[in-house]
Design a protein around this ligand. Structure first.
Ligand SMILES: [Zn+2]
Length: 160
């Protein structure tokens, strides 16, 4: 299977820092500290460590400007978010994708505009919809395969 090249893995803490950089275009460590100190209850050294790690991972670029460093994002926010969502969907059976998307829709507050946008997408999706989504999982890694091959199910039925 061809793997998409994913952006470097970014932890939840690092993601908080990336959001500040994405929102501001370019930042100094001082600016990131003033924005995140209170929300995250982090001390300045923690934030500096996170910035350093993000530079090492290639997620941030840095440039010296006199005494201070200016940080800019080396990866686009849209691309990064897309990589992370496709990463989630690569971890589940294709047959469950619709259900998981439905759960995401249910769980989040949406505007009328958001809903109109989703309705448009769904309407267009009907043109390429299939009768049944095909499972491409390794046998034994999802419920449909377990049922097909009967193996794990049989073990359960035999009982311990
Ligand atoms: Zn499957």
């Amino acid at each position: 299977m061809a793997m998409e090249i994913l952006s470097p893995h970014i932890t939840e803490a690092e993601w908080e820092v990336m959001r500040v950089v994405w929102a501001n275009g370019q930042v100094t460590s001082k600016e990131v500290i003033s924005i995140l100190e209170d929300k995250m209850n982090w001390k300045a050294p923690t934030i500096k460590t996170l910035l350093g790690r993000l530079v090492e991972k290639g997620a941030l670029d840095t440039e010296r400007d006199g005494k201070r460093f200016i940080y800019t994002a080396a990866m686009e926010e849209d691309d990064t978010v897309r990589d992370y969502t496709s990463d989630i969907f690569s971890r589940i059976c294709n047959k469950d994708v619709g259900h998981v998307i439905g759960g995401m829709v249910k769980a989040h507050e949406l505007s009328f505009d958001d809903i109109r946008y989703l309705e448009e997408i769904l309407e267009k999706k009907k043109a390429t919809a299939v009768e049944e989504v095909s499972c491409r999982c390794v046998p034994g890694q999802c419920q449909c395969n377990v049922n097909h091959h009967g193996r794990i199910r049989r073990e359960n039925n035999d009982g311990e």
